[in-house]
Design a protein around this ligand. Structure first.
Ligand code: CTP
Length: 413
């Protein structure tokens, strides 16, 4: 999914410490700049052994700082000026040694020094400069009790720890300690800056088409790509919610930190959603659920028998998942949002569905104009009236929808 200049106006101080994952820092810088951020790089002496300040300067357009005695900074105090100018400090890679020094509050090089000197005011949160760490090290170093102790201490002191991931390591071993990839770190930073409007909430999303088998090789489905639902799952997660995504057959990557349950048919989607619903505060039904399924799915492929007789397909109605969830008893019923994908008379049909499915909000969109695309236009229909959300990328619309939902849902008990 495109990054939409999501970091526009953000100034990121990117710290590099010694580790082979420094090779990913160049890519990360490009991702941050492409997303609209300005990036100031600070490197430790060990980091300079893995990648040169020349590369990082060329990618950011700003000279790199490495030395606490650098006279270029105002009053000769780089450790004061650099963090105060930043919206966030991201140390990627963060080595075991760097995290150990951070945990001890040491100030033996510019990067450690500026992390210590960053504003952490507990009185005025707006002046706080957050510190995010992307650890990268050999798996034995990562799992060592000393490292785990230091990471826990750094986190207790306010650092946000991103990853590490599990997988193949530069040393040839396999395990936990790989730095997250550049695009993952970019998305973590984008999510970090989103307002936490759904903090402490649980959001359930259904997405994609369903596939109703006729026989082992054929079925009934539709053009839904799942992109809108996946964007809503991502936006809700970015807003601080715990998100469960029940997805029909689509080829889309799971948004970070979202729990995904894959299903194929409408009945399977129903059977996956129903037990989950009572544990969630909000249910957003974006799935384009097939209304009917073949009464019998043949176990074997239906063959032409030479008679040119066309097989008759008997259909039965699928359960209405949204309407079923919306009828759960109070206390078990999440706040429900339905979607209406229509080809004509959008608002009229959306309003009909609002009443028919007894939900507080229906989001209308023109199905044929949006299926498979990255852009959409939405109209929100509720008891108070209609509100159009201007055409735009699905992720931008999803974030607006999350804001609308956050304003409407009842306060947490
Ligand atoms: N929906 C559902 N289960 C179904 C059918 C629809 O949960 N069996 C949900 C969709 O996820 C969507 C809303 O109901 O949030 C409206 O879906 P839509 O297909 O537009 O409406 P239908 O109820 O199927 O009505 P129609 O096909 O007549 O437009």
């Amino acid at each position: 999914m495109s990054t939409l200049l999501d970091l526009h106006g953000k100034h990121v101080l990117l710290g590099l410490t010694g580790g082979i994952a420094c090779y990913k820092a160049a890519d990360l810088t490009r991702e941050l700049v492409k997303a609209g951020a300005s990036v100031q790089v600070v490197m430790t002496e060990s980091a300079c052994r893995f990648i040169t300040p020349v590369t990082m300067q060329a990618l950011t357009g700003h000279p790199v700082y490495t030395d606490p005695w650098d006279a270029r900074a105002g009053h000769n105090m780089a450790h004061i000026d650099l963090p105060r100018a930043a919206d966030a400090i991201l140390v990627a890679p963060a080595s075991a040694d760097f995290i150990a020094r951070l945990a001890q509050g040491r100030a033996d090089d510019l990067l450690a020094l500026l992390c210590l000197a960053r504003p952490q005011s507990h009185v005025d949160a707006t002046r706080r400069v957050p510190l995010l760490l992307a650890p990268a090290m050999n798996r034995e170093m990562w799992s060592h009790p000393a490292t785990q102790r230091n990471v826990a201490q750094a986190a207790a002191d306010g650092a946000i720890v991103l990853g590490p991931a599990c997988g193949e390591q530069a040393c040839g071993e396999v395990g936990e300690g790989r730095m997250l990839e550049a695009d993952e770190l970019r998305d973590e930073l984008i999510a970090f800056f989103q307002p936490k409007l759904l903090a402490g909430r649980r959001v359930l999303v259904s997405a994609g088409p369903t596939f109703e088998p006729i026989d082992p090789v054929r079925g009934i489905t539709n053009h839904s790509s799942g992109k809108m639902g996946f964007a809503i799952a991502r936006a809700a997660q970015e807003a601080g919610a715990d998100v469960t995504l029940v997805a029909g057959p689509v080829q889309l990557a799971t948004p970070r930190h979202v729990r995904r349950i894959d299903v194929t048919s409408a009945q399977q989607m129903h059977d996956a959603v129903l037990p989950e619903a009572p544990a969630h505060d909000v249910f957003v039904a974006t799935a384009a659920v097939a209304d009917w399924r073949p009464a019998r799915a043949d176990g074997r492929k239906i063959k032409k028998d030479g008679s040119r007789k066309v097989p008759a397909l008997e259909l039965v109605e699928n359960p209405d998942i949204l309407a079923t969830v919306a009828r759960l008893p109070a206390g078990q019923r999440p706040w429900c949002v339905g979607f209406a994908a229509e080809s004509h008379d959008l608002v009229k049909h959306a309003r009909d569905k609002l009443v028919r499915k007894s939900v507080p909000l229906i989001v209308g969109n023109v199905g044929p104009a949006t299926f498979g695309r990255d852009d959409n236009a939405l109209v929100l229909v509720d008891a108070a009236g209609e509100r159009e959300l201007a055409p735009g990328p699905k992720l931008a619309l999803a974030r607006q929808l999350v804001r609308e939902i956050a304003e409407r849902i009842p306060a947490k008990r």
